[in-house]
Design a protein around this ligand. Structure first.
Ligand code: PHE
Length: 461
């Protein structure tokens, strides 16, 4: 194919070069020297041929002090200290040449010929001139200079190729730095990104994920199996959402239910129990689960049904529901992260060690434990970490060793202990993504752009 001219991009229309230089400019005082003469010339001119009292001179001339000393050192005037009536000043020469004024005039017209650096320094010191930076643009015609602006082609189309019109077109230069169009894709919500990181940590530590796919739970697994008494305030409608349809659950492991009932009402396994009238009606009530520990209870019961006990490490990360007053940091639903370890002879030291290990993987190393109370753990500890931003200790989780009153009715061997800890997913997510109102993270007010724009979660380890 013969080509008359190559496909060209337009060459430069104008070229612009920026230069900056320093220029001397007169100060207001320098301008007044140009208009009225230098201070020393004014002093000289003020003195009449028979001289005058120094005091009179000093009070009648502006800037007399500097003018006087400059005129003295130039040898233009002299002083008679012992004159009658006080010190008198006289002209010492017939006429003077006001070179300061002349130099400043030249500087004003940007002509520095014959002005020495010493003079410039002197004028600068006397604050008659200052140096200013001047930016200039030198604009010249470029090789492609034109007075007609032609619209540049952005695309070389099949049509142009077919009809040959491309030969006469000028094409826009290809911008290799331009960002491409974002390919359409789904976006993970920040909570899901942080959840992925937590899941990764648990998997690295050898934990297996528990099935958490039941938001609806019955009170039995959410509370009773956890040795939480039926009068406990958390079981009140103020804290728990009850389901109206179906209101009750019916399918329970019979023997286990009996053992739970007995442990609550009469005690057993070395415990006195709560000594109250345990009612199945209360345990049957369907609710939205208030914690993922309900799932842990189901899993531990299942584990206890194995012929031979095997140690396990379980985790879960999923949604729970509480009938809370809503505010900037509380919603009626949130996510819990829970870790559970069951093995022979685990101690509080094991719990603390594993919690240290877990949080170390999150980049958190300063931890403190505070004794706490949970109906299902003894001992129980709240976990605090030092927040560098807030410069204080903040609560980041809850933990404990599950009580024998919970584990033994399930059928777990007596020498098996189960340690566990839990935390919310929202709190670390809000800290990580700098969100201070939970309603900006979940719910109808969420700005979807926030979901699109937020980067993937990388914990600072
Ligand atoms: N279930 C507790 C809560 O809801 C957390 C927790 C889990 C405490 C495991 C101890 C052991 O806050």
């Amino acid at each position: 194919m013969e080509r008359n001219r190559p496909i060209y991009v337009r060459s430069t229309i104008v070229s612009v070069e920026q230069k900056s230089s320093n220029q001397w400019q007169l100060t207001d005082e320098g301008k007044s020297v140009v208009d009225n003469g230098s201070h020393e010339a004014i002093v000289f001119n003020t003195i009449p041929s028979d001289g005058m009292l120094q005091g009179e001179l000093m009070s009648s001339v502006p800037n007399a002090k500097i003018g006087f000393s400059k005129a003295m050192s130039a040898g233009w005037i002299r002083m008679d200290k012992k004159a009658e009536g006080g010190p008198r000043v006289f002209r010492k020469v017939e006429s003077i040449q006001d070179s300061v004024k002349e130099c400043l005039e030249k500087i004003r017209s940007l002509n520095l010929d014959g002005i020495t650096d010493a003079q410039k320094a002197e004028f600068k010191k006397r604050k008659l001139i200052t140096s200013v930076k001047v930016n200039s643009f030198y604009v010249t015609k470029g090789e492609g200079f034109t007075l007609d602006i032609e619209k540049l082609e952005a695309d070389l189309t099949a049509e142009m190729m077919a009809n040959g019109s491309w030969k006469k077109k000028t094409f826009k230069p290809y911008n290799f730095k331009a960002l491409g169009i974002m390919p359409p894709s789904g976006h993970l919500h920040p909570l899901l990104k942080v959840r992925a990181q937590y899941r990764q940590i648990f998997l690295e530590m050898g934990f297996a994920e528990m099935p958490t796919n039941n938001f609806i739970e019955c009170s039995f697994w959410n509370f009773d199996s956890l040795f939480q008494p039926q009068q406990h305030p958390a079981r009140d409608a103020h804290d728990t959402f009850f389901i109206s349809d179906p209101a009750n659950a019916h399918d329970f492991p019979k023997d286990y239910l009996e053992r739970v009932k007995k442990t609550h009402s009469e005690g057993g396994y070395g415990s006195q129990g709560y000594k109250y009238d345990w009612k199945i009606e209360e345990a049957q009530k369907n609710i939205l689960r208030t914690h993922t520990t309900a799932v842990s209870a189901r899993m531990l019961y299942k584990l206890a049904q194995q012929k031979k006990f095997t140690p396990v490490k379980y985790f879960s990360i999923d949604r729970v529901f509480r009938n809370e007053t809503l505010d900037a940091t509380h919603l009626a639903e949130f996510h819990q992260i829970e870790g559970v370890v069951a093995d022979y002879g685990l101690t509080l030291g094991d719990l603390m060690g594993i919690i240290y290990e877990f949080f170390k993987k999150l980049g958190i190393t300063q931890l403190r434990f505070k004794p706490a109370y949970n109906p299902y753990t003894e001992p129980s500890m709240e976990i605090f970490s030092f927040h560098k931003g807030l410069k204080k200790w903040v609560e980041i989780g809850n933990s404990g060793v599950f009580r024998p009153e919970m584990l033994l009715p399930m059928g777990l061997p007596e020498d098996v202990s189960v340690i566990a800890w839990g935390l919310s997913l929202e709190r670390p997510t809000m800290i990580k993504y700098g969100i201070d109102n939970i309603r900006d993270l979940i719910g109808p007010k969420v700005n979807l752009q926030m979901v699109y724009d937020n980067p993937i979660c990388r914990l600072d380890k």
